[in-house]
Design a protein around this ligand. Structure first.
Ligand code: 3SL
Length: 231
């Protein structure tokens, strides 16, 4: 078994995903919201790359959710704060975000797509080891660029399973080194990071702290047909 890391969705074409478990991560904040929503009992989440397709799902009884550039989409039911996803038990969510749901769409050729966040880090580690496929972590980044918080998650996963897998590429190695440097105080390490600055400007400090919490939940959402589910 080996592990590789695509530091941006723009790099996915360099990897053959057909035999892999792909772990999609968007720490701030899409995949943290998804994990939180499932931990609080949502039925399913359908990820959309396109905003208007997502909006149209309200006619089918879906809760419309997500953001563009960090801000709630006008007319949608929910934005992109994990704290908004704690009261939707039994609901179906249609979700679109600037980067996270785009990364999910770009990963759909994989053998399996799962959703990772610090909130479910150990559960994801257990899942990928149990499934024994080669692993690709796909970092959602920001509009095609690399970001630090998703890279740290990739590094945390590498660090957790390093005795069981071969570290296949240098981006996995770089991510692991970055995580080892950051782990004692991730919040301070991430202070100058671009998306942290962006969310600070939007006044979203509590979300950041929450999204950096490790192992709050034990569920692993998986893509089945077009929806994410916890099976
Ligand atoms: O890009 C995304 O998918 C979002 O999670 C970005 S934000 O945290 O809502 O700004």
């Amino acid at each position: 078994m080996n592990i590789e890391v695509a530091l941006s969705p723009e790099l996915i074409h360099l990897y053959d995903v057909t035999d892999k478990t792909v772990v999609v991560v968007d720490i701030l904040r899409a995949t943290s919201c998804m994990v939180t929503a499932f931990a609080h009992g949502v039925d399913s989440i359908m990820p959309f790359a396109d905003l208007e397709e997502c909006r149209a799902m309200s006619k089918q009884g879906y809760i419309t959710s997500g953001e563009r550039n960090g801000e709630k989409v006008e007319g949608f039911d929910k934005g992109n704060s994990p704290f908004e996803y704690m009261d939707l038990r039994g609901k179906k969510i249609a979700f679109t975000t600037t980067n996270g749901t785009q990364a999910i769409h770009k990963s759909t050729g994989a053998k399996e797509v799962v959703i990772g966040a610090f909130l479910n880090l150990s559960a994801v580690a257990k899942h990928v080891l149990d499934h024994q496929n080669n692993i690709l972590v796909v970092c959602a980044g920001w509009k095609g660029r690399v970001n630090l918080e998703d890279t740290l998650f990739a590094g945390a996963l590498v660090e957790k399973i390093k005795t069981e897998v071969k570290i296949e590429d240098d981006s996995a190695l770089m991510a692991q080194h970055a995580y080892v440097l950051a782990k004692a105080d991730m919040l301070s390490f991430l202070k100058p990071a671009s998306h942290i600055q962006r969310l600070h400007r939007l006044g979203i400090q509590e979300d950041i702290k929450y999204c950096l919490t490790e192992d709050k939940y034990t569920i692993v959402p998986r893509l089945k047909d077009k929806s994410l589910l916890v099976l």
